[in-house]
Design a protein around this ligand. Structure first.
Ligand code: SF4
Length: 278
């Protein structure tokens, strides 16, 4: 991810990077971009043209009277034309803003103008919860419109969290296979610690890349009905919990035992060589 110094981009390519990102807002004169493109072509390395609303050149913003979406598009298109002028077309385009609506509009516009792959993200999206919501809305909305090829979630949080959020965005709209957890919001009928159980099940299953629906429900009154489509689930009953599979109860346990049985089942899903409990 190179800013300001075109020589570093060239040296990075020669050193073996898989892809290089340049920022049209600060990489400098056209001849510098052409030099990067020539080396990238020789080394068969793609270039991402990554325009960011925080580093747009003033001329673009003035031209569009402060309309960041159009300014981002034109900034990227100008850089793309420089790359194409030396026959370089191994291009990925990213137009990012910390504003969700600007990011959506910029990507909608560019998707009508170029056929290059688009990399999506809400840049500097914010602290964990807020950034997750902004990223889900922005990235999710575009993906649901069929726009976008790769994604990056940008949070003021641990990088691992960014990866988890990205995967859950893809999973939520059916673009990645994995475990889906259906869990109830709790109410006065709740008989088990739904919040803790759901959290534990989530932590134990986030890595599993198999289509599986697990229900964690506070009571049996609505629990089984609400989770009819789940593959396996737990629902609270007075002084314990039941486990159910495909909508049918398979046993009544103490809350602790039911949770252990559920986790055992999850373990066999993660390691299919272990025999599953019947
Ligand atoms: S499943 Fe039961 S405990 Fe959970 S919200 Fe519905 S009625 Fe309440």
């Amino acid at each position: 991810d190179i800013h300001f110094d075109y020589k570093i981009a060239i040296e990075s390519i020669k050193a073996g990077v898989d892809k290089v990102r340049i920022n049209p807002g600060n990489i400098g004169a056209k001849w510098k971009v052409r030099e990067i493109a020539k080396v990238a072509k020789d080394y068969n390395v793609p270039i991402r043209v990554g325009a960011n609303s925080g580093s747009l050149k003033k001329e673009y913003l003035s031209k569009y009277d402060g309309d960041f979406a159009n300014a981002l598009v034109e900034s990227a298109l100008d850089e793309i034309r420089i790359l194409e002028s030396v026959g370089f077309e191994d291009i990925v385009v990213a137009l990012k803003s910390s504003d969700v609506l600007t990011t959506i509009r910029a990507n909608q516009l560019i998707s009508q103008k170029v056929d290059y792959p688009l990399h999506l993200g809400i840049t500097e999206a914010g602290p964990s919860l807020f950034g997750t919501i902004k990223s889900s809305l922005g990235i999710g909305y575009l993906l649901l419109q069929g726009i976008g090829n790769t994604i990056r979630v940008s949070l003021s949080d641990e990088p691992e969290r960014e990866v988890i959020v990205g995967r859950l965005i893809l999973r939520s709209i059916g673009l990645e296979e994995g475990v889906e957890i259906v869990s109830c919001p709790t109410c006065s009928r709740t008989e088990i610690d739904v919040i803790e159980v759901a959290k534990l099940v989530f932590e134990r299953t986030i890595h599993i890349k198999k289509k599986l629906k697990i229900a964690v429900m506070g009571c049996i009154v609505n629990g089984i009905g609400e989770s009819e489509n789940a593959d396996i689930g737990i629902a609270g009953v007075r002084n314990g919990a039941v486990l159910f599979k495909d909508g049918k109860i398979i046993g009544t346990f103490s809350e602790e035992e039911a949770l252990n049985e559920l986790l055992k089942y999850i373990e066999t899903i993660s390691h299919p060589e272990v025999e599953r409990p019947s």
